[in-house]
Design a protein around this ligand. Sequence first.
Ligand code: ADP
Ligand code: MG
Length: 504
Amino acid sequence: MITLPEKYIPLNPDVENFLAQTHKLYIGGEWLPAQSGKTFPTIDPSTGRELTQVASAESADVDVAVTAARRAFDEGPWRNRMTAAERSKLIWRLADLIEAHGEILAQLDSLDNGKPLNTTRTDDVPLSVDHFRYYAGWPTKIEGATIPVNTPGMFNYTVREPVGVCGLIVPWNYPLLMAAWKIAPALAAGNCIILKPAEQTPLSALYLAQLFEEAGFPPGVFNVLTGFGHTTGAALTEHLRVDKIGFTGSVETAKHIIKASVSNLKRVTLELGGKSPNIIFADADIENAIVGATWAIFGNNGQSCTAGSRLYIERPIYERVLQGMADEARKIKVGPGMYTEQPDIGPVISREQLDKVLGYVDEGYAVGGQTVTGGKRMGGEYTEGYFIEPTIFTQVDDGARIAREEIFGPVVCAMPFDDPDEIVKRANATEYGLAAGVWTRDLARAHRMAAALQAGTVWINTWGDTDAASPFGGYKQSGHGREMGKEALDLYTEVKSVWINTDG
Ligand code: ADP
Ligand code: MG
């Protein structure tokens, strides 16, 4: 049994049992060890201590999982004999089970990722449930069309068919939710799935597999392979019998995935990073903007692909907003996500990420940047974990690396602007295009900005909202395709056009 720090919330008994288990791979409805026998530890980033060991899948395991998923897709009942209404019911049942076991999943994600239990309880888990419920309604609504073609006697119609076996590769920042974003539409469209959770946060995916089992999905429809990117992930993306990869993660990894996908020209959809501009005009509701811009960056500890990490403030209100944000940031409680006295945000995910973020901070200082708050790793009782103070940089140029590159941590660059017409150019001068924000009371300006910003999501007088029903994704190097809403179903279906000669 693992011993957790004294100040931790007592673990749910099912979580304790789960952590004590030997974690295997979930393939074709069975739990199998990795063929190599290898395992790897998953770490609590609040303490740097091991939580448990999970199986480390390699290409031989990927092959077995692909065979199981293929069989389920090509021969099993899921796509061939079940009706859309039956699939719909199963997805809904899964959502109910996630909700019923929500506390377990919330604790697992908090332990594994470090984020506050309050957050996984109120955001990650309920949003995942919403997501499955939204897509549970879709199987009976995925329709084709009849096409009035210009040939006498020809009847032409379309059907939307599932793509096939989908490898879904997800990151560690919202472990359960990122998996749900992909699994739910893939299931709704009738695909079979091999999920590869991030090596930093494999636990909720393994627990989810138990719920798939309990819900009664046919074997092989949902499989989980825990393992590393360069082994499990690479083998999945190269595999000739995988039809599609759905990926969320870094641009660098996405480029590897595209290269590997060349093997069989499998479909690839990508939800990548950002360096999202957040623009505050002098006519904004300043107090709202201060709180909004603070949480745009520090929400989830800056470990969100949509983090509002480039902050542009109109000159007349620059000092006031900066001071307001510094005050807000100092009020943020940072601490272990499982502490009885709940923090607002947790640690960063890993030692590697800690070093990367602190490297950017050092570089920010080296190029003349100054911090109005933060800028350091936290010590004291937090020495063992990967805690960084919420950090606001000023005196940084748009061209500096910390203002251009995705840091994926609690660091924002605050920059003034003078010319409302110029700011669009500065905001768009990035290789990314995931999200953008605008704070203004001028309705016409809000619409002009929404049209001019090159981003998949634009938030006006708000930040960070997403909904299962609303499409989400990136322009430019922030991605390919859209998740959520009915748009996501396009990513998980192929369109077939059928011609019938009715004169024949
Ligand atoms: P980060 O650097 O923030 O961990 P990554 O893009 O590396 O982000 O990781 C996101 C997901 O991609 C993880 O599940 C990881 O294991 C996986 N991954 C990493 N490298 C590869 C790769 N070469 N091929 C396939 N998947 C990979
Ligand atoms: Mg972990």
